[in-house]
Design a protein around this ligand. Structure first.
Ligand SMILES: *Cc1c(COP(=O)(O)O)cnc(C)c1O
Length: 401
């Protein structure tokens, strides 16, 4: 690794290669103009304004949902789903151990205990066979993630749930907006699904999210919880002559200024997805010839899957190699990163688990997974540099392929 040593030790500061961050938010269309319009023309900057309505219409049409409520985060949307299911102490929920903290936390806040499910080697989504082992009468919700915007085995999960009618399917679709499988949109399978517009996601507004309500029978109560426990929505629609406190709820709504920004992003959805696909395909094409020799496992996209191009990950042969590779990449200005620390063995996971359990695939994958820099404005030149630094970090000769 003499080249690496030269670069990090001796060189003058201005000789350092440009830093490639893991993520970089970008303006892709009319975001700033629309935010200005929200303040100066519309004058409705709180939740439930005209831009929120346009975003909700667009998402409802995409997913074929009964209703879409824009929230301050994906976490808030999952919390709404927990309230709508009346999750309470004594209930359990199943989440993938290879997942984000709030996928579990949203239900733990309501007093639920958690059952941690292992993942499938190929999609890195919830494993239906392990789910089958975990199920019992206490389970009220099963919350899979479409990891990297690639559909998890929803059919296998649904086949298990068909035998447990008390358990609702909730999709954490933070990665998968506009992903499809055999033409069917991700986020359309669950009773509810949740989206994120956090700065690290495909479509952003800083912080934001949405609750997708797929059943007509949940729409009225979802509106009450969303409007701070009141029937304000019915009042605004002239269905009641005054509004009052009815139910539990909170202040879940996204500011219309942020909805305006988000609308600017969503107007460019074709272009954003195309840019992300271009970056993904370039990584894939440059790394494929090295996969066998270096023991790399690249993302597996099942037949029929139109993925959402949320990330590009590589599985390295073992954890020490992964950690050494990350350190070398950082030293050379490429900010690759690991991903989820298994929830089942985290302090919070152990505290809130319904019972102890093992997730061996999760443990194996979490230690070996490395995510390459991936964002909408990533250029081909950036992708090429990332790959050549990755190959150098793995002691491969990038010029040999
Ligand atoms: C980002 C993310 C969340 C949380 O999203 P927020 O909008 O930050 O609350 C939840 N689940 C998954 C899978 C995520 O990637």
């Amino acid at each position: 690794m003499s080249l690496d040593a030269d670069r990090t030790a001796g060189g003058a500061p201005d000789a350092a290669p440009p830093f490639i961050p893991f993520n970089r938010p970008s303006l892709e269309g009319q975001e700033m103009e629309l935010m200005r319009a929200s303040v100066e023309e519309g004058g409705h900057t709180s939740a439930d304004g005209p831009f929120s309505a346009q975003v909700a219409d667009l998402l409802r049409a995409e997913v074929g949902a009964a209703s879409v409520l824009l929230t301050t985060s994906c976490t808030a949307a999952l919390e709404m789903s927990a309230l709508l299911l009346d999750i309470a102490p004594g209930d359990t929920v199943v989440v993938p151990s290879f997942g984000f903290v709030t996928t579990a936390l949203a239900y733990v806040r309501q007093g639920a205990r958690v059952l941690f499910c292992d993942i499938d080697e190929h999609t890195l989504g919830l494993d239906p066979a392990h789910l089958d082992d975990l199920m019992d009468d206490s389970v009220r919700a099963v919350v899979p993630i479409h990891y990297a915007g690639i559909r998890c085995d929803v059919d296998g999960i649904q086949a298990v749930l068909d035998r447990w009618p008390r358990a609702a399917l909730i999709e954490d679709n933070a990665h998968g907006l506009f992903g499809r499988h055999d033409g069917r949109p991700l986020g359309s399978y669950g009773r509810f699904s949740a989206l994120s517009f956090h700065e690290t996601k495909n479509f952003i507004c800083g912080e934001g999210g949405a609750l997708i309500v797929n059943r007509e029978s949940d729409v009225e109560r979802a509106n009450i919880l969303y409007h701070k426990g009141t029937n304000r929505q019915a009042f605004l629609h002239g269905q009641v002559d005054k509004y009052s406190w009815q139910d539990v709820g909170s202040s879940f709504g996204l500011s219309d200024v942020l909805a305006a920004f988000l609308y600017g992003q969503l107007q460019q959805r074709t272009s954003i997805l195309h840019k992300r696909k271009t970056a993904f395909d370039r990584y894939q094409r440059l790394l494929e010839p090295w996969a066998d020799e270096l023991g790399l496992r690249l993302p597996h996209v099942p037949d029929g899957c139109e993925q959402a191009y949320h990330m590009f990950y590589v599985l390295l042969p073992d954890e020490p190699t992964r950690n050494r590779t990350l350190a070398r990449l950082h030293a050379n200005g490429v900010h690759a990163t690991f991903h989820y620390v298994p929830l089942h063995s985290s302090p919070g996971g152990q505290r809130f688990a319904a019972r102890a359990g093992e997730c061996p695939v999760t443990d194996r994958v979490a230690g070996r997974l490395l995510r390459l820099p991936f964002y909408t404005s990533l250029t081909i030149t950036d992708a090429e540099r990332v790959v050549s630094e990755l190959l150098r970090a793995l002691d491969a000769d990038p010029h040999a392929a």
